[in-house]
Design a protein around this ligand. Structure first.
Ligand SMILES: Nc1ncnc2c1ncn2[C@@H]1O[C@H](COP(=O)(O)OP(=O)(O)OP(=O)(O)O)[C@@H](O)[C@H]1O
Length: 266
């Protein structure tokens, strides 16, 4: 599988504050990769540098495709309240002929189950439906890479499960490459083909973990699967949830990589 995204020694400082400390990783075409890390470690900064919203202080980002789309946590601020749902989804497609714009938006709204809401305004919809509009808008653009920054953090638990399953279905049906930032360990294991675990600020890569679960997942059986529970514990341990702060991230990461390669080769 070829790489869709290559990130090499990416670093960013705000003034003299180092937010990202040199990250190197790849995302393969068609893969869904989750990024987890402690609060404030630099996850959003990472997405901003990949999307080009800010220029990184050092390193390279290579996207092997023409464009990307970003879905943010705050759907209320990312949708235009004066446009209809259809108008919102069409908005990034302004350069296309009207008929194609219409067709693509209608198609993307069908993917997320919102065809019947096309003529409504965003504020007439529930939070979960609004986030589905934001996802449809991103998909209608047909991005080479879909970036998502805590996309389900502002909805209730039930809606979150529904949106997670929607994302898994849509990326499977349309072979979308996705990079999702989340602070939720369970969500990273449930959604991901791979999980990138970041350390506290400055963010460094602590582990790059394959998720050993079948592609077909469901909220009840997957979350009770032994492999799910084991990986969730491993990520929690790496993030030091409830533990002491790690003093030497590089040493820790090297030990983890060694134990991982032992697991893979055994
Ligand atoms: N524009 C900015 N200027 C200065 N410092 C910033 C700026 N944006 C972010 N930071 C700092 O950089 C660090 C990383 O911020 P970032 O928002 O990337 O972290 P995060 O992991 O996404 O946080 P959270 O988990 O809370 O969403 C934080 O300490 C933050 O205060």
């Amino acid at each position: 599988m070829s790489n869709m995204l290559e990130v090499a020694d990416l670093g960013h400082t705000y003034g003299d504050y180092e937010a990202i400390g040199g990250l190197t990783f790849n995302v393969r075409a068609g893969e869904l990769v989750c990024v987890v890390g402690p609060s404030g470690c630099g996850k959003s900064t990472l997405l901003r540098t990949i999307s080009g919203l800010i220029a990184p202080s050092r390193g390279d980002v290579s996207l092997h495709g023409s464009h990307l789309a970003v879905v943010f946590q705050d759907y209320q601020r990312s949708l235009f309240p004066w446009l209809t749902v259809q108008g919102n989804v069409e908005f990034p497609l302004r350069s296309l002929p009207r008929a194609e714009r219409r067709a693509r938006a209608a198609e993307a709204l069908a993917w997320v189950g919102l065809s019947a809401a096309a003529k409504k305004r965003p504020w007439q919809l529930s939070g979960g439906m609004q986030q589905r509009v934001a996802i449809a808008r991103a998909l209608a653009y047909r991005p080479a890479l879909l970036l998502m920054d805590e996309p389900f953090a502002s909805v209730d638990a039930q809606t979150r499960f529904e949106l997670e399953d929607l994302l898994l279905r849509v990326r499977r049906e349309h072979d979308t490459t996705v990079l999702v930032v989340t602070h939720d360990i369970d969500e990273s294991v449930y959604l991901g083909d791979r999980i990138l675990v970041l350390s506290g600020s400055p963010a460094k890569l602590v582990a790059d973990l394959e998720v050993p679960l079948p592609a077909e997942r469901d909220q009840v059986t997957t979350r009770t699967d032994e492999a799910f529970v084991a990986l969730r514990s491993k990520v929690a341990r790496l993030l030091n949830v409830g533990g002491k702060p790690t003093l030497d991230v590089d040493k820790w990461a090297a030990a983890e990589r060694e134990s991982l390669s032992e697991t893979v080769s055994s």
